[in-house]
Design a protein around this ligand. Structure first.
Ligand code: 2B7
Length: 693
């Protein structure tokens, strides 16, 4: 049996406590109001609602094992070993409580002060909403030595609750199949369910959650989620691939005045603050009183410890809250009798009493941890101190760089090959990766309106850097100066020196990495440039295809084929196709001779180091195909005609959606939100099954 310290279900509980009555028609009429739509989110919401009831039973201390199965036909079966839903006659409905819970809206909602705990879910409406949207659904209750059952179709009982035998078990089993007339797609996603169950298992220390996907006999999937360490295991998991500042994970699990507080914490070598808070297993991205208590205690305790150990001298200022949270990975989970969720999205905990309870528990246990783990305490303090120094440096940099306008510089960066026109609306700035491509671009450009800035050195990941480091970065500073707009509070769009800013990077993995970093840089610090359509990505070609006088560039493989077809057509039009077939070899030499001087020069002169292959192409004969591995392989004139020449080039204008997409990927991989990243990693680490146990 799971023993939860905060078991507080008091008073008589029975059928009489189930109140408010309403049928299920509203749920079928407007599913969105109850389960968030009839798409995949809503479909999975059905599972969460049923599982939440089982977890509530576990949270009340009556159940230690939950089993979730996806059965063939996308039927879901959930079993718990709790007390079993009561089956006695409900005084108001004069029907079984089980039937009432399943078929009456709001039945079992708030059970009043002495009643059943509520999770973050639909407050007991969940089961009936699922019932309304299922066809069929069946419940089995194992209670008082008997098995009780009832079946439903679209929320209507098929017959009365009846006993079908004896049992030594206790608990509830719910089986449902989402109504296909409501949900266009009833295919469950195994990974989505696994992720959610995993999180529940972390948040419910000692609860065993079995999960199987039995839909496909060839691909049976069984998973057991059980974490003795609770959210401490969660932290270990989140920090798995991070550089830890200390080995010991701080962990506490204490209950005061009926509020159970669980906190796990470890610092890593990172700049983000990574605090995820929960109330009754529901994530509270809006924070609230529990988070406020946590933050207050963290700052206070670290400062007090540092003072006591003379790490902070008398003259030193205290660390700020932000200093103490930089690089912190933490989970805060509270479980309380009657949570009040506030805000538009009800994602903020409102109970005022929770703040001081969390603050007291955390301050006391963290102080003890720091005392008992001097090495960890030292590492944590050093991390906070570093954050403080960086904060002061950032402020100093902001003050000097921004206020004094160092960036408004008269001194344009030396690397910049500026254009002669001063009319920003005509001017273009090419940001070019690498020196050799930069060299080609400088020679190949139209210096009247095209400026070239070669990027040298490692690009900073701006997600992980403060503004002072960005401003002082060897690579980014010249770019900021060249743009002319300044950065941060001092940004001024009207000072933009080029109305087209073009990122020019190779089509390979490195190039795409650089594009991503630059896009993020612009998205974070120069968003108005994107909003106003000033940012572009150049599209250099991948192939140059040549046959005699005919010459084409192709930007991808499909286009290469297209261009070859085009050349066949051109050739046919010239009536040369027949001749071609007859005397293949001679034809190709003949055309060589016919080339204009310029073309010949372009073809033979500085061909660059691209992979050149001559091959016989059906219907075309000998064709020279050059595959560019990088921009550096193009000579200046090639770069001009393919990438720089406004008449011929193709460029992609960056929209806010493009940037947001980049942003999302960045957030997942590097950002401060724990859960999306976790999910991302999880879907990629699915095979590492032993990780969980
Ligand atoms: C709010 C309603 C839905 N309920 C009870 C008692 C136990 C219980 C449940 C449940 C999902 C799949 C297997 C309370 C609460 C109804 O009232 S719901 N267990 N498990 C569940 O739904 N699992 C209960 C007090 C005394 N005896 C039983």
């Amino acid at each position: 049996m799971a023993t939860n310290e905060n078991e507080k279900v008091t008073g008589e509980y029975g059928a009489e406590q189930i109140t408010v009555l309403e049928g299920l028609d509203p749920v079928r009429k407007r599913p969105g109001m109850y389960i968030g739509g009839t798409g995949l989110d809503g479909l999975h919401q059905l599972v969460w609602e049923i599982v939440d009831n089982a977890i509530d039973e576990a949270m009340a201390g009556h159940c230690d094992t939950i089993t979730v199965k996806i059965l063939p036909g996308n039927e879901i079966e959930v079993t718990d070993n709790g007390r079993g839903i009561p089956v006695d006659i409900h005084p108001t409905t004069k029907k079984s409580s089980l039937e009432t819970v399943m078929t009456v809206l709001h039945a079992g909602g708030k059970f009043g002060a002495g009643g059943y705990k509520v999770s973050g879910g639909l407050h007991g409406v969940g089961a009936s909403a699922v019932c309304a949207l299922s066809d069929p659904m069946a419940v089995e209750v194992y209670r008082d030595g008997k098995v009780w059952t009832q079946e439903y179709r679209k929320g209507k009982p098929v017959e009365a609750v009846k006993s079908i035998g004896k049992t030594t078990l206790r608990g509830t089993k719910v089986t449902f199949r989402p109504d296909a007339t409501i949900f266009p797609d009833t295919t469950y996603n195994r990974d989505t369910i696994l992720s959610s169950l995993r999180r529940s298992a972390y948040l419910m220390k000692g609860l065993k959650i079995n999960f199987s996907d039995l839909r496909n006999a060839e691909d049976i999937f069984n998973y057991c989620l059980y974490f003795e360490g609770g959210i401490a295991s969660y932290i270990k998991y989140i920090n798995l691939n991070k550089e830890k500042k200390h080995n010991e994970i701080f962990y506490t699990d204490k209950t005061k005045d009926g509020v159970r507080v669980e906190i796990a914490l470890q610092y890593v070598d990172d700049y983000q603050e990574n605090l995820t808070t929960f109330a009754n297993n529901k994530m509270t991205p809006g924070g609230g009183t529990h988070m406020a208590g946590y933050k207050a205690a963290l700052t206070r305790t670290i400062n007090a410890h540092a003072r006591a150990k003379n790490l902070l001298k008398e003259k030193d200022d205290n660390l700020t809250g932000e200093d103490t949270r930089e690089g912190m990975t933490a989970i805060l989970s509270v479980k309380i009798q009657e949570p009040q969720f506030e805000g538009q999205t009800k994602d903020k905990l409102g109970n005022p009493e929770v703040k001081s309870i969390v603050e007291d528990i955390f301050a006391e246990t963290l102080a003890a941890f720091l005392e008992e783990n001097p090495k960890a305490a030292e590492a944590i303090f050093e991390k906070c101190e570093l954050a403080a120094k960086a904060r002061l440096a950032a402020r100093a940099a902001r003050d000097s760089v921004l206020r004094k306008g160092v960036l408004e510089g008269l001194t344009l960066p030396g690397k910049l090959a500026d254009c002669s026109s001063k009319k920003a609306e005509n001017c273009e700035l090419y940001i070019v990766e690498g020196d050799s491509a930069g060299g080609s671009a400088k020679q190949g450009r139209n210096r009247e309106f095209q400026a070239i800035l070669p990027l040298r050195g490692k690009l900073l990941n701006v997600e992980k850097s403060r503004i002072d480091r960005i401003i002082n970065s060897e690579t980014l500073r010249p770019l900021i100066v060249a743009l002319g707009t300044n950065i941060g509070e001092m940004f001024d769009l009207s000072k933009l020196r080029y109305h087209r800013i073009v990122i020019l990077a190779d089509a390979d993995v490195d190039g795409s990495h650089i594009r991503t970093l630059l896009l993020t840089f612009f998205y974070r610090y120069f968003r108005p440039l994107i909003d106003n359509g000033h940012l572009y990505i150049a599209q250099p070609p991948l192939y140059k295809i040549q046959k005699g006088k005919m010459m084409h560039y192709a930007y991808n493989d499909a286009e290469k084929e297209q261009k070859l077809n085009l050349m066949r057509a051109e050739l046919a039009a010239k009536g040369k196709l027949k001749e071609q077939k007859d005397e293949e070899g001679e034809e190709s030499t003949k055309t060589q001779e016919n080339e204009s001087p310029e073309t010949q020069e372009a073809a033979s002169g500085d061909e660059g180091s691209g992979e050149v292959s001559s091959s016989f192409v059906e219907g075309l004969g000998k064709v020279t195909i050059q595959r560019y591995k990088g921009l550096g392989e193009m000579n200046p004139s090639q770069l001009w005609e393919t990438t720089l020449d406004p008449e011929q080039r193709t460029m992609k204008k960056i929209s806010i959606e493009d940037a947001e997409h980049t942003e999302k990927i960045f957030d997942i991989l590097m950002g401060s939100e724990v859960l999306p990243r976790k999910r991302f990693i999880e879907t990629r680490a699915m095979d590492v099954k032993n990780l969980d146990i």
